[in-house]
Write a protein that binds this ligand. Structure first.
Ligand SMILES: [Mg+2]
Length: 218
């Protein structure tokens, strides 16, 4: 028993405490008000349009052409990025982790042209990530950065990250509800559940008392 405990201690201290989060659908609360913010905007922009099926891509979800999606994004995306609300508990947990010595990377597939509006939104809601990345190939970047746990709402990204040896958490969203159980990927519904997974993964004791073992920041 003593030997097992010592292994657990070694495992948790060996981790570097580098963690990553997607932005859209993870930091942002797209379902605020009961209807997806993008669906509301698309319905307003294309009068009469209807949601065909929940899908990550607007082309499949609404039967739009790539050109229509590009036009919509160019005209409306910055405003959506500005006004979307953060998910409850997201800033608090990230701040808590950083105070406890974690490095937090935000990794988004938004186009780099949205960097300014993204940084303004993050700052206005009190997010101060250690780094912000705009890439599609999230698994390779996570491995390069040494990310140990990553949260995304896009199933394909979770598979990619998992296949690079990183623990993935899938944030539930209408477009991923049909995705199957997969080893190395855990579904979460909110930031309270993310917090529980982080605590378990890193073996953090004393969390409830506001103290994280092995850190001096708290
Ligand atoms: Mg996302």
């Amino acid at each position: 028993m003593r030997q097992k405990k010592s292994h657990q201690a070694l495992d948790s201290t060996a981790r570097q405490r580098i963690i990553g989060f997607d932005i859209d659908g993870v930091l942002t609360d797209e379902m605020s008000g009961g209807k997806n913010i993008w669906q509301r905007e698309i319905e307003a922009y294309f009068p009469g349009i209807q949601l065909l099926e929940p899908d990550f891509t607007f082309t499949a979800a609404f039967g739009l052409s790539l050109e229509e999606v590009d036009r919509f994004m160019e005209e409306r995306a910055p405003e959506v990025f500005r006004k979307v609300k953060p998910q409850p508990g997201s800033r608090e947990l990230i701040e808590y982790l950083q105070d406890a010595g974690f490095t937090v990377h935000l990794i988004t597939a938004r186009f780099p042209c949205y960097e300014d509006v993204t940084r303004e939104w993050l700052a206005s809601h009190g997010f101060r990530p250690n780094a912000l990345w705009f890439v599609n190939a999230k698994g390779a970047l996570c491995r390069e950065l040494g990310v140990e746990l990553f949260v995304d709402d896009y199933w394909e990204n979770c598979l990619d990250v998992r296949d690079h040896g990183i623990k993935a958490l899938l944030m539930s969203a209408p477009h991923n509800l049909g995705c199957p159980e997969e080893q190395g990927i855990c579904r979460v519904e909110n930031w309270e559940e993310i917090r529980a997974h982080v605590r378990e993964y890193y073996g953090l004791s004393g969390w409830e008392r506001g103290q994280v073992s092995g850190t001096s920041a708290l």
